[in-house]
Design a protein around this ligand. Structure first.
Ligand code: NAD
Length: 499
């Protein structure tokens, strides 16, 4: 595939790439794809047009069980594989993914709707988890200590937790998969993955990259399905499954935590967010605008870390709103493969309905549309024009729920105490952003914000080397960094008579 995808190239080369994934045989078990046992398939849609891309195997409970059979069979061998060897496999997966950036990015754009630029960035981010955990695979140190009472020495080790069930969302279909698969494999676990129904093709592409990189059969298994609850419940009820790692919405996370409680399964939860973006009176407004464009509009606003509420100090709110609003209004909206597209469609008709509803409610409650981008004529997909709202009432629903779209509500703030009350007045606590030239104030404010991650004079917080995750109802556990591999390990110690 050429390095620049024109629409024509997208429709020809990409069709071949999708067909090569053999999606109707998309239940990926033991290193090969097969049809769902019941023979069912489901349609994957192009959000830019609403038309069907392809059918994908619709896995059900028997497929879910077969996936665990394979993962359980492969577990002893993979867990016993030398860390260096596991590391080399992950390193090869990194190289293969980077080499295939254009194809994978185009595929993601097609099934998810994100712009090609966003998709390329995601491929890099996704691949980095393979590289990072290739490096971590060989650094699982333990501890050695002596008991305070004397006569005893303690050796602490970390072992693979076992078969891990992974459940991922559609908004970062490659990165949310690799952020789990890479640490799981580095730790010596085998996995069963259920991708989101909107974006199963990317997961199948990732599975093939891993197979090509040398991952043994059965170590990575993928079950696309329209019946997520049945498949994941089968896994959570299976005594061979020892771990659930979920990324998705808080309501679904709660359901899975309740289910995990029945067998006391080790659970990691990366859930929803409601990130505040704070601009102080002394902020570099141009830098804050540039940061807000990323924090709000990366991935069309469909990111768990997306700035959901912009709190701008009254001294700079006019200047910020004008500059940010002008930049938003100038965004080029369109299908990913059209020349210069910066913002693609939302992922589905349901997502479009949700964003439309929450914006309409905010306007009915008194918010004003200060700037809005143009939607080109003739679009048939799930497009929402990037929009800036101001004078948003402090109790508006749009400030309490994840917008998950290219809409920026601006709220004016005046003093620090008021600001912290607004910022922390949510059950979410994933990401936050603070802009100020006074680094001491920025860091003191960041410390007081109830969030797992704070960008200080930066509009992005995602980095494979950092512990990604939330507090409050945004989740449990961390992905990436040193912590990421620990989520897939059990700690064991030996208490040794040393007398
Ligand atoms: P979602 O919760 O609807 O779905 C996530 C996954 O769970 C999908 O694979 C879905 O098919 C599956 N699922 C849905 N119901 C299920 C059930 N009853 N049992 C088992 N599985 C079920 O979320 P989404 O719409 O795909 O993604 C958007 C959400 O994900 C947002 O809330 C966003 O903030 C969150 N998210 C969080 C992070 C993070 O790292 N914290 C990253 C990306 C997305």
């Amino acid at each position: 595939m050429s390095s620049t995808l024109t629409p024509a190239a997208a429709s020809t080369d990409l069709r071949g790439y999708v067909d090569a994934l053999a999606p109707r045989q998309g239940v990926w078990i033991d290193g090969r794809g097969s049809a769902a046992q019941a023979g069912a398939t489901f349609a994957v849609l192009d959000p830019a047009t609403g038309s069907e891309i392809t059918d994908v195997a619709d896995g059900q409970v028997p497929d879910a069980v077969a996936a665990v059979d394979a993962a359980a069979r492969a577990l002893p061998g993979w867990a016993a594989t030398a860390p260096r060897e596991r590391s080399e496999v992950l390193r090869r997966a990194f190289a293969l993914m980077i080499a295939g950036t254009e194809q994978l990015a185009a595929l993601m754009s097609w099934e998810n709707g994100k712009s090609l630029a966003d998709a390329r960035t995601e491929v890099t981010y996704a691949a980095e988890f393979f590289r990072w955990f290739a490096e971590e695979a060989v650094r699982t140190e333990g501890e050695f200590g002596s008991s305070p009472a004397g006569g005893t020495r303690t050796v602490v080790t970390h072992k693979p937790v076992g078969v891990a069930a992974l459940v991922t969302p559609w908004n970062f279909p490659a990165a949310m998969a690799t952020r789990k698969i890479a640490p799981a494999l580095a730790a010596g676990c085998t996995v069963v993955l259920k991708p989101a129904g909107e974006t199963p093709l990317t997961a199948l592409a990732v599975a093939r990259i891993l197979a090509e990189a040398g991952v043994p059969d059965g170590v990575v298994n993928v079950v696309p399905t329209t019946d997520s609850a049945a498949v994941v419940t089968a896994w959570l009820e299976d005594p061979r499954v020892r771990k659930i790692s979920f990324t998705g919405s808080t309501p679904v996370g709660r359901v899975l935590l309740r289910q995990a409680a029945d067998r006391v399964i080790n659970a990691s939860m990366e859930l929803g967010g409601n990130a505040p973006f704070v601009v102080a009176a002394d902020a570099d407004v141009d830098a804050a605008v540039a940061g807000a464009m990323i924090a709000k509009l990366r991935n069309g606003g469909q990111a768990c870390t997306a700035a959901n509420r912009l709190y701008v100090h009254e001294d700079v709110v006019e200047e910020f709103t004008e500059k940010f609003g002008s930049a938003v209004a100038a965004l080029k909206v369109g299908p990913a493969f059209a020349e210069g597209t910066e913002i693609g469609p939302l992922v589905s008709a349901r997502a479009l309905d949700g964003v439309t509803r929450v914006v309409d409610a905010a306007v009915a409650a008194g918010a004003r549309v200060s700037h809005r981008a143009q939607l080109p004529a003739g679009l048939t997909g799930y497009f929402y024009a990037p929009t800036v709202l101001r004078d948003v009432p402090a109790d508006a629903e749009i400030l309490r729920t994840e917008i998950f779209g290219p809409v920026a509500p601006i709220v004016t703030w005046r003093d620090d105490a008021e600001l912290l009350g607004l910022v922390n007045g949510t059950e979410f606590g994933l990401a936050a952003y603070v802009y100020s030239r006074d680094l001491k104030w920025a860091l003191q404010t960041a410390e007081k914000i109830e969030a797992g991650m704070v960008g200080v004079n930066r509009g992005t917080v995602s980095d494979p080397a950092t512990p990604f995750g939330g507090v409050k109802q945004s989740g449990l556990g961390r992905e990436g960094a040193r912590e990421g591999i620990r989520e897939f390990q059990e700690t064991q110690y030996f208490s040794i008579d040393w007398s």
